[in-house]
Design a protein around this ligand. Structure first.
Ligand code: C2E
Ligand code: MG
Ligand code: MG
Length: 734
């Protein structure tokens, strides 16, 4: 029992207290009213590094930083006036090694306490804590600058400020790698050193910064007298009073490669402390973050103004340059011109070759254009296959047309496709010179209208803008928006052009030709809207509609029940052929109507088959499997090779009317093409249809050449269904 009592209320000896006090991290001291030290626990050696003798009779106040002294004395007085009250403060005190330390102090006046008779002071060294807090605060300040996208030099200055605020003495500066030299970005370095870094040949020996960058770690010369330096550096150090130097690489966040360095110079030998190194590390990381951020911003800015595929200026940047060019023109009256370039039939190429290959082609195309155009002029990618060239330094009236010719010439060589195939590209170019009081937008529209005229005139050519084109462009816009609704509104009609069997002279089929009953403009022929429908994609809807109407009307005539093999010709555009699903559309129409595939002929224009890949051939083969016959339309106008013709699953060749027309005119060379086509088709086992038969002379000639079928105004114009049905019922003979 007694033992237990002993433990609950131990008799605490003075020794016991002493050992307790000497072993806690705080220092406990006792002074008299004058501040003289009466007692201190062992720890003041830990607190400021002095040994115990030092404190004998010492007034700790004398070690306080002069700037903190007034405050400390005020606290002292308060303590004297208010016995028993805790007074706290934090002051800087000089340590044994001469450095200032942050000391947190709490004093309680117990002079009146007969057991104590002194002022009890508890102190703690909070230097490390305060340093860490200060560094964190500085770091937050710099990060905020970075987050606000302040310019790089401002952030660099702040990084140097962070060094100074956190105990890195010496002259610091930041260098960034610029080509093969280091360029100062912020800080005060001797001019001779800055120039040396700029001009001396690059090598790790050039400077400590170069050495730090090469070794990817800090390089420190504690005393430049003690280290190997090149003569150049030694001279600069001597002249500028540099005694110690310290360089630390700045490493890019993404790549981990050095992008610059932090350099600190000292007038005296100096070995940076662990804390100084930490501060330098933080400063370098912040600089790396700022550089990364700046690079990202630059990249984003570039992306916003450039095309991702070709790297050329995009529409936004182009419009900006146009406005600048127009403003400059106002001032110095220089001639400027725009070339609006659109790759011919690119949609077909893209659909049939696949978009990857399409992208490669666009890239190669852009490179050829860029190589032709003078460096000061702009080549921009305006949209999918549209490129705009801005010529700002026109030297002669024909200058712009010459550039257009050079652009066209640059396409004379074929583009290589995967698997050794080749494709030739051509462009239609619209030229528009700037006029007064024009906006960039309006100027572009003029060039676009001229380009459209070049397309209409047969593509692969240049057209120069005139004001009448502006109206045409307006009309085209109107056509686009009207056409999108034409199918739904039932404005698309199908007319039928009889096809005559030249042996019997009787109608043996008909070609379906679309017409547009426009609410304001009357009956429009396909030439006025098929290309537009192809451009805006409405062609798929249009094609399906014509096919359904044509087959349905044929079913209505009940022709398939007769023994006559009546062929219904329906035109298929290149875009339809090159997108998947045409065979599915055809099959569903055949299934729904019960019309036999054998009595359907699809006409595919020759130029759709020009291109290398097998996409169209696959679709054609699947159509063939449905029993559907296939014809090559406008044969002779598309430059397809004979080898290719031999490989296509084709049943019929339609000779273009331009050749048939030549028969009357006795244009021998074209007539010989008719002969040749008839012979080739015969050799390949294809049937032939001559288009545009207008005279009996032509008819006779074709009959003599054993052409199978003919169609043309000699027999009949394309007719609305009712008229066609009547004509068919009258069973005419030619
Ligand atoms: P195409 O397939 O070569 O059609 C023949 C064109 O020549 C028709 O013009 C026809 O009216 C015209 N033609 C026929 N015989 C004569 C003649 O003796 N003299 C003259 N002066 N012309 C004659 P159309 O109807 O204007 O069609 C033009 C082109 O539009 C067609 O050429 C075809 O490529 C395209 N097309 C017509 N309907 C459609 C369709 O439903 N879908 C697609 N994708 N294209 C179509
Ligand atoms: Mg046709
Ligand atoms: Mg034709």
């Amino acid at each position: 029992m007694e033992e237990a009592d002993d433990r609950s209320e131990p008799v605490m000896s003075e020794r016991w207290f002493r050992s307790l006090l000497t072993n806690i991290s705080d220092t406990v001291s006792l002074t008299d009213a004058e501040g003289r030290l009466l007692y201190t626990s062992g720890a003041p050696n830990n607190l400021l590094g002095y040994d115990t003798d030092f404190w004998a009779g010492r007034e700790p106040m004398t070690l306080i930083h002069p700037d903190d002294l007034d405050r400390a004395l005020a606290g002292w007085r308060r303590s004297l006036e208010e016995p028993g009250v805790e007074v706290t403060d934090e002051v800087r005190m000089r340590s044994a090694n001469g450095a200032w330390q942050d000391i947190s102090v709490t004093g309680v006046n117990l002079l009146d306490d007969p057991e104590v008779r002194g002022i009890v002071i508890t102190s703690r060294n909070v230097t490390d804590l305060r340093r860490a807090q200060r560094l964190a605060a500085s770091q937050a300040d710099v990060l905020e600058l970075i987050a606000r996208s302040e310019p790089l030099p401002t952030v660099a200055e702040a990084c140097l400020g962070l060094l100074a605020d956190n105990g890195v003495s010496g002259r610091s500066s930041i260098y960034l790698i610029d080509g093969d030299h280091l360029e100062i970005s912020a800080g005060a370095a001797p001019q001779s050193l800055v120039e040396w870094m700029r001009e001396a040949p690059p090598s790790p020996e050039r400077s400590l910064c170069d050495a730090a960058i090469a070794s990817e770690g800090p390089v420190i010369a504690v005393d430049v007298h003690e280290v190997d330096l090149t003569d150049g550096l030694r001279y600069i150090a001597a002249n500028e009073g540099i005694r110690a130097a310290w360089s630390q690489p700045i490493t890019a966040i993404g790549t981990g490669r050095p992008v610059g360095s932090l350099s600190t110079l000292y007038d005296e030998p100096h070995d940076p402390s662990d804390h100084e190194r930490r501060v330098a590390d933080v400063s370098c990381s912040l600089m790396a973050i700022a550089l990364e951020r700046a690079a990202t911003e630059q990249r984003l800015a570039h992306q916003a103004l450039h095309d991702g595929l070709t790297g050329l200026p995009n529409r936004t940047l182009l419009l900006d340059r146009l406005d600048h060019a127009l403003a400059r023109r106002e001032r110095n009256d220089a001639d400027i011109a725009l070339l609006f370039c659109d790759i011919d039939r690119f949609k077909v190429i893209n659909d049939s070759l696949g978009h990857n290959v399409g992208d490669q082609l666009l890239l190669a195309f852009a490179q050829r254009f860029r190589s032709v155009v003078a460096p000061g002029d702009t080549v921009a990618r305006f949209g999918g296959d549209e490129f705009v060239v801005l010529l700002e330094d026109i030297t002669s009236p024909t200058h712009a047309a010459q550039v257009a010719q050079e652009l066209a010439d640059s396409l004379a060589r074929p583009f290589l496709l995967p698997a050794g195939k080749e494709v030739y590209l051509t462009v239609s170019i619209g030229l528009a010179a700037a006029t007064d009081h024009q906006s960039g937008d309006a100027w572009l529209r003029d060039a676009d209208a001229a380009m459209y005229r070049a397309k209409e005139a047969g593509r692969n050519r240049l057209a120069e803008f005139d004001t009448e084109m502006r109206d045409a462009a307006m009309v085209r816009l109107q056509v686009e928006s009207d056409l999108r609704r034409a199918v739904d509104r039932g404005e698309l009609l199908v007319h039928y052009m009889p096809v005559v069997d030249l042996r019997s002279g009787r109608i043996s089929g008909a070609e379906a030709l679309v017409r547009w009953q426009h609410p304001d403009r009357g009956l429009l022929s396909p030439g006025e809207f098929i290309t537009v429908a192809e451009d805006i994609g409405t062609i798929h809807e249009l094609g399906r509609h014509v096919l359904e109407v044509a087959v349905a009307s044929m079913v209505e005539l009940g022709l398939h029940r007769g023994d006559r093999r009546f062929l219904r010709g329906v035109n298929v555009s290149a875009r339809q052929l090159n997108t998947e699903g045409l065979d599915r559309v055809v099959r569903s129409v055949l299934e729904r109507t019960g019309w036999p595939g054998e009595a359907l002929l699809l006409e595919i224009t020759e130029s759709a088959l020009l291109l290398g890949p097998d996409g169209p051939v696959d679709v054609m083969a699947r159509l063939h499997d449905l029993g559907v016959s296939l014809a090559i339309d406008d044969f002779g106008t598309g430059y397809s090779s004979l080898a290719r013709l031999g490989h296509l699953p084709v049943d019929q060749v339609k000779i273009d009317q331009s050749f048939v027309g030549a028969i009357d005119r006795h244009d021998d060379r074209l007539v010989r093409i008719v002969d040749a086509v008839l012979a080739i088709a015969d050799a390949l086992g294809h049937q032939t249809t001559a288009e545009g038969v207008e005279t009996t002379a032509q008819l006779d000639y074709l009959r003599r050449g054993h052409c199978d079928f003919g169609q043309g105004y000699l027999f009949s114009k394309p007719l609305p269904f009712d008229e066609f049905a009547r004509l068919l019922a009258s069973d005419p003979r030619w």
